[in-house]
Design a protein around this ligand. Structure first.
Ligand SMILES: *Cc1c(COP(=O)(O)O)cnc(C)c1O
Length: 386
C-alpha cells in the first residue's frame, strides 16, 4: 500500500469476505479468524440478525445530530446500564471513550492527578496516550498531557505510595490486552477499589477489550465484583461498526451538563442499531453460559496439548481473551499459522493473542487447537535441528 501512512505492519493478505469465524482473502484462500478483528467481531463476521438491523437502519435514516432526541440511544444506554444507576456518553472508538472518562473524572473531582499502570494500553489520542504506560506508544510526540503517573500493575505497595488526596482517578484494564494478556490479581483489584474510595479517587475500568462478553461475562469487572465509577466500551460494542461508550455513575452527571463534552458522530444511528442487536443477543438466556462452556473446552485443550510444550511458558487469560507466552518470538508462529489457515495475533514480542468470535463452534476450536499444537511442535523440531 503506497498511499496510506505505514502506521501498521500489515499481514500480506486482504480479507474480502467473512461469515461467522471464516474469512476469505482476495486470492480465495479461507482462514479461521481467531482474531475477531482485534476483539471486535465478537459475534463473528456478518451475523444475520445484526446485518438485518443495520440494513433496516440504512434504509430509514443514517444520521441526525445529537441536538435531537434519540430513542435508539436511550434503549442502548438502558441495555448497557441494565438497571444500574448509570448513564452513558456515546462516541466512536475506545480512545474517545477513555478521553470522555478522563475529562469527566477531572471535571467532577476538580483534581488533576490520574494513576495508570505500566504496560497499560488506553488509546492513541493525547489523553488516552498519556494514560498509556508504554514508552513505545507515547514517546516522540512532544509533551504529554500533564498529571499522569504510572505504577507497576498487580503491586499494592507501589499503588499505595502513589495514591493520595489529589488523585482524581485511577484507570486500569482488568486484563492488560495489548500489554501481553496479563490478568490482574482479584485481591489487588479489590484493594485498589477500596483505597480509591478512601481518598475519593474515581475508579475507571477500561473494558474496551475485555468487555462485550470477551472474558465470559458481559463486562470483565463483574467476575471480580467490582463497582467502577466509570467504565468504557468500544471494540465489540458494534461488531465492526465504529462505536464507543463511556458509562458512569449517575451522580457524576452534574459535571457533564450541556456543552461540556460532545461528538458529531457519537451515538449515530447505524452503529447504535448494531449495538442494540448485539446487546440483545448477548443478554439472551444461555448465550454467555455457552461462551463459557466453549472457552473452558478450548482452555483445557490448550493446557493439555500446548502448555506442556518446551517452547511454551504459560497459557493465561479469561474466556476468549487468551495469551500464550512463548520462549521465543511470536511472529514466526503467527505467520506459520496463517499459512496453515488460522489467524491469530500477538501481544508484545513473545505472546500469542487468541481472540475467537464468541460464536465459534466446537469443531472450529478443535481445528485451531490442533493447528496451534502442530505449528508449535514443528517450531520446536526446527529449533533443535537448527
Ligand atoms: C483497543 C483498545 C483501546 C483503543 O481503542 P480504539 O478504538 O482503537 O481507539 C483502548 N483501550 C483498550 C484496553 C484497548 O484494547
Amino acid at each position: 500500500m503506497k498511499h496510506v501512512f505505514p502506521t501498521y505492519n500489515r499481514f500480506p493478505i486482504d480479507l474480502v469476505e467473512g461469515k461467522g469465524t471464516v474469512v476469505t482473502d482476495k486470492a480465495g484462500k479461507t482462514y479461521l479468524d481467531f482474531t475477531s478483528g482485534i476483539a471486535v467481531c465478537n459475534l463473528g463476521h456478518c451475523p444475520d440478525n445484526v446485518t438485518e438491523a443495520l440494513q433496516l437502519q440504512v434504509a430509514n435514516i443514517w444520521h441526525t445530530s445529537n441536538l435531537y432526541e434519540c430513542a435508539l440511544q436511550e434503549s442502548v444506554a438502558k441495555l448497557i446500564t441494565d438497571g444500574d444507576n448509570k448513564q452513558v456518553f456515546f462516541c466512536n472508538s475506545g480512545t474517545e471513550a477513555n478521553e470522555a472518562a478522563l475529562k469527566l473524572a477531572r471535571k467532577y473531582t476538580g483534581k488533576e492527578k490520574i494513576i495508570t499502570f505500566e504496560k497499560s494500553f488506553h488509546g492513541r489520542t493525547f489523553g488516552s496516550m498519556s494514560a498509556t504506560g508504554q514508552a513505545k506508544i507515547n514517546q516522540g510526540f512532544g509533551g504529554l498531557v500533564p498529571g499522569f503517573t504510572y505504577v507497576p500493575y498487580n503491586n499494592i505497595k507501589a499503588f499505595r505510595e502513589e495514591l493520595d488526596e489529589n488523585t482524581a482517578a485511577v484507570m486500569l484494564e482488568i486484563i492488560q490486552g495489548e500489554g501481553g494478556v496479563i490478568p490482574a490479581n482479584a485481591a489487588w483489584l479489590l484493594e485498589v477499589q477500596m483505597l480509591c474510595k478512601k481518598v475519593g479517587a474515581l475508579l475507571i475500568i477500561d473494558e474496551v477489550q475485555t468487555g462485550m462478553g470477551r472474558t465470559g461475562t458481559l463486562y470483565g469487572f463483574e467476575q471480580i465484583g467490582l463497582d467502577p465509577d466509570i467504565f468504557t466500551l468500544a471494540k465489540g460494542l458494534g461488531n465492526g461498526l465504529p462505536i464507543g461508550a463511556m458509562v458512569g455513575k449517575v451522580n457524576l452527571s452534574s459535571a457533564f451538563g450541556a456543552g461540556s463534552h460532545g461528538s458529531t458522530f457519537g451515538g449515530n444511528k447505524l452503529a447504535l442499531a448494531c449495538a442494540k442487536e448485539i446487546l440483545l443477543t448477548m443478554k439472551q438466556a444461555g448465550f454467555l453460559e455457552d461462551v463459557n462452556a466453549k472457552a473452558d473446552y478450548f482452555r483445557n485443550l490448550l493446557e493439555e496439548d500446548v502448555e506442556v510444550l518446551d517452547n511454551v511458558s504459560a497459557v493465561r487469560g479469561e474466556g476468549f481473551l487468551i495469551g500464550i507466552e512463548l520462549e521465543n518470538t511470536a511472529e514466526p508462529v503467527v505467520k506459520e499459522l496463517r499459512d496453515n489457515g488460522l489467524l491469530i495475533l500477538t501481544a508484545g514480542p513473545n505472546v500469542l493473542r487468541i481472540l475467537p468470535p464468541l460464536t465459534v463452534s466446537y469443531a472450529e476450536i478443535d481445528q485451531a487447537a490442533h493447528l496451534l499444537k502442530n505449528v508449535l511442535e514443528n517450531q520446536l523440531i526446527g529449533s533443535e535441528e537448527g
